[in-house]
Each structure stands twice: as C-alpha cells, then as structure tokens.
Design a protein around this ligand. Sequence first.
Ligand code: NAD
Length: 735
Amino acid sequence: MNLTNFKFEKDSDGVVTLTWDMPGKPMNVLDAQLMDELDAIVDHVSKDETIKGVVLTSGKDAFCAGADLTMMEGAGKQFADAVKARGEEAAMKEFMDQAGRGSKVFRRIETCGKPWAAAVNGVALGGGFEITLACHYRVLADNAKTQVGLPEVKVGLFPGAGGTQRIPRLMATPDALQFLFKGDPWKPAKAKQMNLVHEVAPEGEIVAKAKAWIKGGGKAVAPWDEKNFKTPSGKIFSPMGMMIWPPANAIYRKETFDNYPAVKAILKCVYEGLQLPVDQALQVETRYFAQIMRSKEAAAMIRSLFLSMGELNKGARRPKGEPKTALKKIGVIGAGFMGAGIAYVTALAGADVVLIDRDQAAADKGKAHSDALISARVAKGRAKEADKTALLSRIKASADYNDLSGCDLVVEAVFEDRGVKAETTKKAQAVLGPDVVFASNTSTLPITSLASEAIKPENFIGIHFFSPVDKMLLVEIIMGEKTGDKALATALDFVRLIKKTPIVVNDTRGFYANRCVGRYIAEGHLMLMEGVPPAMIENVARMAGMPVGPLSLNDEVAIDLSWRVVQATKKDLGEQAVDPAQEELIRTMVVDQERFGRKNGKGFYDYPQGGKKKLWPGLTALVGKQLDPDTIDVAELKQRFLAVQAVEAARTIAEGVVTDPREADVGSILGFGFAPFTGGTISYIDFMGTKAFVELCDRLTAKYGDRFVPPPLLRDMAKTGQTFYGKFGGKAKAA
Ligand code: NAD
C-alpha cells in the first residue's frame, strides 16, 4: 500500500497500529484522498489473514478536527455547475456519491470482519469523531485537551457520516438529540458516562489498551449489527416513543423557529433512521446530507462562522511587515463595569495587568470582579485554586498612574466624557511617553478627536469591547484618521492574545455594531408606536432569528442611555436624524415614567424581585392603540427587523467605515447576534440577491419611511445583480 497520510505498523501479534498523521498539516482532516487511502487499508486488512485487528490513532496533538470545510463551502455552486455541464441526473448522482463517501468508507471499516479500536488523543470532532464511532472500541486519553463531539450544526451542517445513526443507537434518544442539536463537545468522563466510549485511560496507555482489547478477543461486530439489537429508547411507535417525539418536535421549533434546515434534518434522520436497519438508515442520512450541503444556510454559516472568523482570528487585517508585539504588561485605566472585565480577560490570557482608578477602593473593586469570575469557574470545576491565585497575582490594582511604567499597551475605560478621557491620556503619557500604543474603549466619542489629545495620534486607536466582556467574542478596533500600522498591529495582537475576534472599522458615529443594532431597537420602538402588540414584537424578532427581542435588549442596555443618544444625535446631526415617534416613546418612558430598563427594575418589562420578567402591562395604554394581531403581516415584520440592520450595514460599506464584507458579517453575528443562519448582515443581502434586496427596501420605504432607503452603491450593484463578496472579494474598498 502506498500511504501518505497514515503510518501502518503490524506487531508480532498481527495487530496493526494505524497512525494518522497528514504531512504538512497542523491537524488531521477528512478529505477525498484520505478516503481513498482508508478504502485501500480496509481492503488490505480484510484480505490479509495475518492481521488480527487495527488500532487507529493519531500522530498529531489532536486526533482529528473533522472534514475540510473549505471544500464544503462551495458544494452548492459545484452542484449548480455540474448540472449545467452534465445535466441534473448525472450531477445528482455525482453529488450523492460525494456526500455519502465518508459514510460508506466508515461502514466498510465497521463491517470488514476485523476488529478496529480507536485510541483517541486530543480532540475528535465531526467526521473525526464519526470515524471512531464506526470502530468497534473507543479509548479516550484522560487529559484536558481530549474532547469528542459533533459540532457540524454550528456551521449549518449535520453529522452525515453515520453520526445521526450511531449516536441514537448508543444512547437514549432525548440525550442523542440534545447532543446532535447542540453540537457541544464532551470531555472523556462525560462521554464514558453517556456510553459513547468504552474506556478512558492515561494518554500514554491508550494504544496499549486498544491493542489489549483486540488481543483479548475484541468482537468485530457493532452492537447494531447483532441479531437482537434494541435501540436504547426502544421503538419509535411505542408508548416510550410517543413520550419522546411530540416534545422533540416542539423543542426543535422553540429553539430554531424553523430557521435551521440542518437541525430539522437531524430530527428526520433520527426519526426515520431508527425505524430502519442500519444500512438503509445510513442511506437516509446521506440523502438528507446531500440536501443540506447544498443549502444556502450551510454555505453562509460555513463562510462566516468558520472560514471568515478563522481568517480574522489569524490576523487577516494585520498590516504586513509590522513586527509581532510582545504584550506582557497591559495598563487598564478605569476599573468600572468595562475596565474590570477587560482586566479579567487580559489576566486570564496570562498577561500582567495594572488596573488604575481614581482611588484605591475603586481599583480594588474592579479587581474583585476578577476574583468573583474566577471563583465561579473554580466552583464549577473549570479552573483550579492555583489558577485563581495565579490570575489574581497578575492584576495590580492601583490609584497611582506611575504603576503604568513598563506597560506595552494601555486601554482606557473611564467615564464617557471627553475631558476625563483627555486627562487620562495626558497622565498616562507622562509616565509612558508617546510611543506606547494607547487605546480607548469609548462607545460614542470619535477616535480621531480623542487621538488629538495624544502626543502622537498615530499611536492612538479604539478598542471597543462589548458587555459582558468575559462572554462577548467580538472586539471592534477603530482607526482614527491618523492611526498608524503599529497601533493597529498592537491592537490586533492584543485581541488575539485574549482569544477574541477582531473587526477593524473606520471612525464614525456608533462605529459598526452599535449603528446596526441601534436600527434594530428603533424598529421595535416604531412597531410599538404603530400599535403592534408588544409580545408580538418580541416573539417575531426571535422568529426572525435574533437572540432577544428589541424591547428586552433596550431594557438591558438601558432606556435612559437611548434617551441620551437621541439627544446627542439631534445635537450633532439635526432634528431630522431622529424619528419623532421613537423620540416621543423614549421621552415618555424615561422622563414621564422613569422606566430606565432592568437597572431600576422598570422598563418595557417589569422585573419583580425573585420573579420572572413580564412585559409591562401599561405599554398599550401608553401607546394608545393596538392593532388586531390577525391583521398584521408577520413575514413583513420579520423582514423589517433584518432588512433595517442589513441596509445599515450596506451603508457602512458604502461609506468606507467597514472595508471588508467578512467583517460586517462576522461582526454582526458575534456582536449583536444577527440571525446566524443568514451568515450575517451582508450575506443576508448577497444570498437574497442585491436586486431582490433593493426591491424589498423600496417596498418598505414606501410603507414605513426613509430608514430603508438603500445607498447608491447598493442600487448600482442591484442593476447588474452584483454581490458584495463578488464586488469586493474578501476586502472591500471605500465606494
Ligand atoms: P463605569 O462608570 O462603570 O466605569 C468608569 C470608571 O472609570 C469608574 O470606575 C471611574 O471611577 C473611573 N474613572 C473615572 N475617571 C477616572 C480617571 N481620571 N482615572 C481613572 N479612573 C477613572 O463606566 P463603563 O460602563 O465601564 O464605561 C467605561 C467606558 O467604556 C466608556 O467610555 C463607555 O462608553 C465604554 N463602553 C461601555 C459599554 C457598556 O456596555 N457599559 C460598552 C462598550 C464601551
């Protein structure tokens, strides 16, 4: 056998150790060449009588991270091209063969007549876990890095190489569905407890344990190929089945609002597959898999949530030629709500932090936030007491700016006040000089104007975090007019250090994320003023794919803050910049009713102590009218929520604020939860088609007003049907 990706070694007892180690790749992945080699290995193993069995293991740090998703992203287009070239029938056959390749090869492993055992060191995810499920025995390394899981659903796919069939044959259907729906990986102990693996052993012993199982007479038959096999939850059409399936459908609807075809496909695969012998069940799975691979949701999610996110994380926007910065000590000024969070994530990443506030007590209070967060992790078993001690020892809380001495970067998160920020910059630069990069976490003040207070504005940049800092994955980096490459490289290196995803935007009011999400909240306000029932606003927003309704979200960020933003917008941009209906609503809520949101227990919702929040019953009276829900076009409400944000995103590209469609997409999903199944604000437009989107905007403008007017750039693109990704590739330019 001529093998490139595996090392094949037979010991004196006839047990083969098959070490998977793809040359030139940091991780093992599943691709077409690998399948060819596996096919050849199975042929060889089943024919060679001196071979007793096979132990499959990895020569890398991890076992396998799954299929090569770069290939999958273009599946829909490949299929369309094949239809054009060879006709529908031939194209479909080719596509089904391709979609079912992994499943067939894995089934050959399972039925080759020789026992296979997987010795799993490190992560085994997606197809990488499915191949082990086709082995007759699984041993996992008992260490922190080893995890098994089927995360395909997170990028709009599902496990199509046997995962939806073998998992519900190994554990009870409700557990299996949860595992498949969520896609979260499990650690060895949990995987063992849930019957997904047979043994957990120290890393150095896994191959020996797997061999011992084979030598001890390990059976080359999967449980489901045994004569009297019964699935853990019994038959579908049984009293037990009737307890499982109706709620399973309801849970699917509740969690997805039917927006995720891959999740629905899982449900169908399990439901149909469990009624069939495994070979036919695998064919059912392949059929659905071929359909989902071609779905626009899979293409959009793979592009934004896997490929683009990966590229941004790896520094797609880092200026070439800037040397890597050594960020060992970071200054954080302002130990309030945001500063305390920034200090925590920085110390968690292993850097030293100097956390400064106006007095020692305020600085200590900021550090106490880190204590609370790491203590919670220790309590849940996610960190050790020693980790907590180490983390806290890295944070120096102080009121003395001189302690900033030696910092490689300073991030300021003091009050949102130009004067206070200017004073902070001066005091820090008096200690550090002009060459250390200084960043502001401002959410509303232009970076260009704050930079004018720095000795060297080229070393001044915006690093805009989202709250809560420890949970939110996105960081917006804002370039002032004079911000230079060194500042950008330093900011990107910092974001990488703390394991968040950066987008780089140019200076403008609200930057990118807040501009779009502001439109979302405003649309909720305007619907309320039209008389759409509040509960309908909240529910339809979630049906459209948003994680929380606009009224809930406004309560979280505070309605009095919206009131201040409305005032500031009018002052800066003129009366016409704010819709009078929205202004009246916010004024009444804040000034007349003193309803500020969750922070004072009264907003669009009431927050009873110890109880569940409920929409404030006074809202309808305050608005003065309520439409009959049966007369409201739900599909149009959904379109309004998404279109109003997408058209704002298109404006940011037209204005040169966002210069890369990937950043608009990734930023919208990670920053404000824009309907992930669309691939983000710009993919929402591209997949609909710019022409159709402009028509939608024109219709909504005629009915609801100018906030839907598309920018001229988009109108031009629509004329020729051009897409954002088509026009700008990975990297857009200012129009
Ligand atoms: P905060 O009021 O909770 O914290 C501000 C802290 O700065 C306080 O602890 C205060 O004592 C300290 N401070 C004030 N003047 C100081 C000085 N001269 N030297 C040292 N410390 C000083 O405010 P916050 O919500 O943490 O916001 C801080 C910044 O982050 C603002 O610019 C805000 O716009 C921005 N921001 C806030 C959010 C959010 O959700 N709250 C999100 C993104 C960005």
